[in-house]
Design a protein around this ligand. Structure first.
Ligand SMILES: [Zn+2]
Length: 152
């Protein structure tokens, strides 16, 4: 998203629109954008810099870490804010700060039951199988070796 400095009046400018989701350059497994990147920003100029505040977001298709099912997740960054130093160019590109903030807002462990609308079948299933596995957990070999040393 590029802004021409001449387009920004003294009182600031409100810009809304979309950018193709390919600006996100996402390569993470189980993360697929299913909408354009949306932005709704107030842009203004202050001493030597351009600042932008507002909301950015994108709808994603994520893979649940619990059940591996895909689900829709409307990612929003409601308090997006950035300040860019002016370098003499008449165009200021906000693509990179928008991209960074969206990547930072990606849920590290996406769960399909994030909004309570559905129950993740995987979590209940996994909790059971983990409990069943627990008694089988053995001490790491290093400890066994230490025990033997102490006996000598
Ligand atoms: Zn799930």
């Amino acid at each position: 998203m590029k802004i021409h400095l001449n387009q920004i009046p003294d009182e600031g400018l409100h810009v809304e629109g979309t950018d193709p989701s390919k600006i996100l350059d996402l390569h993470e497994h189980g993360v697929e954008p299913v909408s354009d990147v949306q932005y709704s920003l107030d842009v203004g100029l202050s001493e030597g810099g351009l600042f932008a505040t507002g909301e950015v977001g994108v709808d994603l298709d994520l893979e649940c870490v619990g059940c591996l099912e895909h689900f829709r997740y409307p990612l929003r960054v409601p308090e997006f804010a950035c300040q860019i130093e002016l370098t003499g160019s008449e165009m200021v590109d906000l693509t990179e700060p928008i991209r960074e903030d969206i990547l930072l807002a990606l849920p590290p462990h996406p769960h399909c039951d994030w909004n309570g609308e559905r129950v993740c079948q995987g979590v209940a299933f996994r909790a059971k199988s983990e409990a069943a596995d627990a008694p089988l957990t053995e001490k790491p070999d290093a400890w066994g070796a230490l025990d033997q040393l102490k006996l000598k």
